[in-house]
Design a protein around this ligand. Structure first.
Ligand SMILES: [Zn+2]
Length: 147
């Protein structure tokens, strides 16, 4: 088994006549639609989950290269910030094994465009260096990129 690490990965998804080019980089925050429906219900229930890419690697098996992402998840606190009205999140710490960290890239079918802001305290964050022990973030839902 051989594992190779990458800073970014590009691929093209072909769906009928449509083609989309995806480029993922370490540090990007991806969103994944997760199926949370239980077996008793017939309706499909989904939520959008967010995670930051910590590493990109290719796993070679039987001469096939399979791309995977190592992820840290943003876990919803279910509340909004009182000033900005943006949803609050707690960033998954390395010791937290509740959520699976390894994700096959085939589920990422669009370019990520998600923005999370660190909830800086009065002390701890300086000159663009953020205090990693403070794990609280806001999802900036008002940020749009013109394409
Ligand atoms: Zn900060």
């Amino acid at each position: 088994m051989e594992v190779r690490l990458y800073k970014s990965i590009s691929y093209t998804i072909v769906d009928g006549n449509n083609q989309s080019n995806i480029r993922l980089r370490v540090g990007d925050v991806i969103n994944i639609l997760e199926d949370i429906s239980d077996d008793r219900e017939t309706e499909l229930k989904t939520i959008t989950s967010y995670a930051q890419i910590r590493a990109i690697f290719l796993h070679t098996k039987d001469q096939l290269q399979i791309p995977f992402l190592l992820l840290n998840w943003f876990i919803s606190l279910g509340i909004n910030d009182s000033k900005l009205g943006c949803p609050r999140y707690r960033f998954q710490q390395l010791s937290d094994q509740t959520w699976r960290r390894i994700y096959a890239i085939k589920w990422i079918d669009h370019q990520p465009n998600n923005h999370f802001i660190h909830q800086c305290r009065k002390t701890g964050c300086e000159n663009g260096n953020h205090d990693k022990t403070n794990v609280y973030y806001l999802h900036n839902i008002f940020y749009y990129t013109a394409i």
